[in-house]
Design a binder for this molecule. Structure first.
Ligand SMILES: Nc1ncnc2c1ncn2[C@@H]1O[C@H](COP(=O)(O)OP(=O)(O)OP(=O)(O)O)[C@@H](O)[C@H]1O
Ligand SMILES: [Mg+2]
Length: 257
């Protein structure tokens, strides 16, 4: 057996990693494939995708219905596991974890925003925004202050005690953004977050997400089928039939402080 000194084993992968320009990657998708299987049917929703997202980037994933956008986002968010390939979150190989480990990884690293807000109807705006902290047993006064700060930053300072039914769609989505950011996660994953909103509310919600993301150094991956939404991001990854069709830089956007 050939003996390789331990330091060499540790150095070789990092050299490859640097050479590939991936040192700054917070999300790394390597040859990922997703096949949905039912009784006698198989459907290849993601055929072979490799890509990475750097720390602090705001990236949109765009493509027609059925192209695999939600599937890819769910895989990145470790809500589902790839059939083949590997996904690294902040350098961590997610294939090495079981359900409990993945759930802890998600709690620490990822905030989710969904099209349908997913707020708890009987909780107030403030309680909804602090929900991830309650789950972790971290809802102390400092973190509740952070939730209040985030809600106030989004113009909801006077609506902390309102229930979701007493809020507009745009306001509910702003509560969902506060909830996603309250744990200070390095990554936000958003699936069609403005899909249920009129264009004015959508613009407000997107600008707030961008501003808070930039101010907190958060990496944002946002799924949309709307080219206007994609044009507001720094980079757009186009999916077609489960493959990356193109990956383009969009214009540098100014962020209001
Ligand atoms: N659980 C599942 N079982 C079987 N097929 C699935 C499942 N989820 C998604 N698919 C199929 O995989 C493909 C990709 O679905 P996905 O939801 O990722 O598309 P999408 O790009 O998000 O579409 P949309 O814009 O309509 O939300 C679709 O053809 C879909 O029917
Ligand atoms: Mg979808």
């Amino acid at each position: 057996m050939i003996k390789v000194p331990l330091p060499l084993i540790l150095i070789i992968p990092s050299v490859d990693f640097m050479a590939a320009g991936l040192a700054n990657a917070i999300i790394r998708v390597e040859h990922v494939k997703k096949i949905y299987k039912s009784k006698d049917l198989e459907y290849e929703a993601i055929r072979d995708i490799s890509m990475h997202v750097n720390k602090g980037e705001f990236v949109t994933i765009i493509g027609p219905s059925g192209s695999g956008k939600t599937t890819l986002l769910d895989l990145i968010g470790t809500l589902d596991t790839p059939t083949n390939g590997r996904i690294f979150i902040d350098g961590i190989d997610t294939s090495k974890f079981g359900d409990d480990g993945l759930s802890q990884l998600r709690n620490r690293k990822i905030g989710f925003i969904f099209q349908s807000y997913n707020l708890v109807p009987y909780l107030s705006a403030l309680q909804n925004a602090t929900l991830p902290l309650m789950v972790d047993g971290l809802d102390n006064s400092d973190t509740i202050e952070r939730a209040k700060f985030l809600l106030s930053e989004m113009g909801l300072g006077q609506k902390l005690e309102k229930k979701p039914t007493e809020l507009s769609g745009g306001e509910q989505q702003r509560v969902a953004i506060a909830r996603a950011l309250v744990n200070n996660p390095p990554i936000i994953l958003a699936d069609e977050p403005t899909g249920n909103l009129d264009s004015k509310s959508a613009e407000i919600v997107l600008n707030m997400l961008k501003r808070l993301g930039k101010n907190n150094g958060v990496t944002i991956v946002l799924v949309t089928h709307d080219p206007h939404v994609a044009s507001l991001s720094e980079r757009s990854i186009y999916l077609k039939d489960g493959l990356v069709e193109k990956d383009t830089k969009t214009r540098k956007t100014k962020v209001r402080k």
